[in-house]
Design a protein around this ligand. Structure first.
Ligand SMILES: Nc1nc2c(ncn2[C@@H]2O[C@H](COP(=O)(O)OP(=O)(O)OP(=O)(O)O)[C@@H](O)[C@H]2O)c(=O)[nH]1
Ligand SMILES: [Mg+2]
Length: 305
């Protein structure tokens, strides 16, 4: 035991900490916002809706506050088992936060889906609305969307931001910090996320698969890291990953003509993995038929869903 000093008392009463959920419809820019807020690429981002499938944590630590951001899958009307699980993950993750940020897309305005989602129990009592993608609209449109957002969630702080350019992000952070409960940090100050390196690697690869395929393929694929071997002194990481497909016909599409597509996916993923892990990467990708994996509770569980 040790004597309580003035410094301890100041720290305990002034420090704020909490979990802050980022929720909203698919494709509004939640993951881009998470990556920008944390200053690291933790979540996969693609132009296609329903990119995020898991709860993704990103931690911001400062002397006066620790904000644990929780990125979530987009909430949508889900019928298929994978989608149902994604929406359940989003609701559960948002429900377990201290503060929720409803994310809206300035370039789309407030849509009927946004109106339904704003009333979700998991997002209700959200006192902050982030209207993102402000770089895509002019000032008049932005004012209009912010007014609609304010009417949608009365008493909320409506903050226009751009996840892409970083515009007004510091204002969003200040508003969030003010709304957090007092409390000590929950994670070590240098911890950025909760996800394992294997998971981060699988998401980087999945992002490239989703970006480089079309129609049903982005939704019929998943990535499993089979091996993740760090060489001594960490100059090289050897990663073996399987890209799961649901049907035999999808295998050839992912592999591409004479293997071109899988090579492109591998190259793009390797470059991002090297940046992420700060070392050379040897990446081996393998396309594996896991028939109807997205409907199989066992596989979904293995994928953490
Ligand atoms: N111009 C612009 N584009 C953005 C911004 N934020 C996100 N985007 C783009 O919008 C698309 C969707 O972004 P995500 O961050 O993946 O959106 P999300 O809400 O996480 O989507 P889901 O994971 O599918 O729910 C991508 O093409 C992003 O590059 C922004 O501030 N400005
Ligand atoms: Mg996302």
């Amino acid at each position: 035991m040790r004597a309580v000093t003035d410094t301890d008392l100041t720290t305990e009463t002034d420090h704020r900490a909490g979990f802050v959920g980022l929720g909203g419809r698919p494709n509004v820019g939640k993951s881009t916002l998470l990556n920008r807020l944390v200053g690291a690429k933790l979540a996969a981002v693609t132009a296609k809706p329903q990119t995020t499938r898991h709860r993704i944590v990103g931690i911001v630590s400062r002397p006066d506050a620790q904000i644990v951001f929780v990125d979530t899958p987009g909430i949508h009307t889900a019928r298929a088992p994978l989608n149902t699980r994604m929406v359940a993950v989003a609701r559960q993750a948002l429900g377990d936060t201290d503060l929720r940020v409803l994310v809206l897309d300035a370039s789309r305005g407030v849509t009927s889906e946004d109106r339904i989602i704003a009333r979700e129990p998991s997002l209700a009592h959200g006192s902050v609305v982030a209207v993102t993608k402000t770089d895509l609209v002019d000032q008049n449109v932005l004012l209009h969307v912010c007014a609609e957002a304010a009417a949608l969630v009365p008493d909320a702080d409506v903050i226009p931001v751009s996840g892409r350019t970083g515009d007004n992000i510091s204002r969003l952070v200040e508003v969030i910090v003010k709304a957090l409960p007092a409390g000590p940090p929950m994670y070590p100050g240098d911890q950025l996320s909760e996800q394992s390196e294997r998971f981060v690697a699988s998401e980087i690869i999945r992002e490239k698969v989703m970006e480089q395929t079309r129609e049903e393929i982005p939704y019929a694929t998943a990535v499993v890291v089979e091996a993740f071997q760090e060489h001594p002194d960490r100059k090289l990481l050897v990663i073996h990953a399987s890209i799961l497909v649901e049907r035999a016909s999808q295998k050839g599409i992912v592999i591409g003509d004479r293997g071109q597509r899988i090579r492109d996916i591998g190259k793009a993923a390797r470059l991002d993995l090297e940046t992420m892990f700060g070392c050379r990467i040897f990446l081996e990708l393998h396309v594996k038929l896991a028939r109807d994996w997205s409907k199989d509770p066992r596989v979904l569980r293995e994928l953490g869903l």
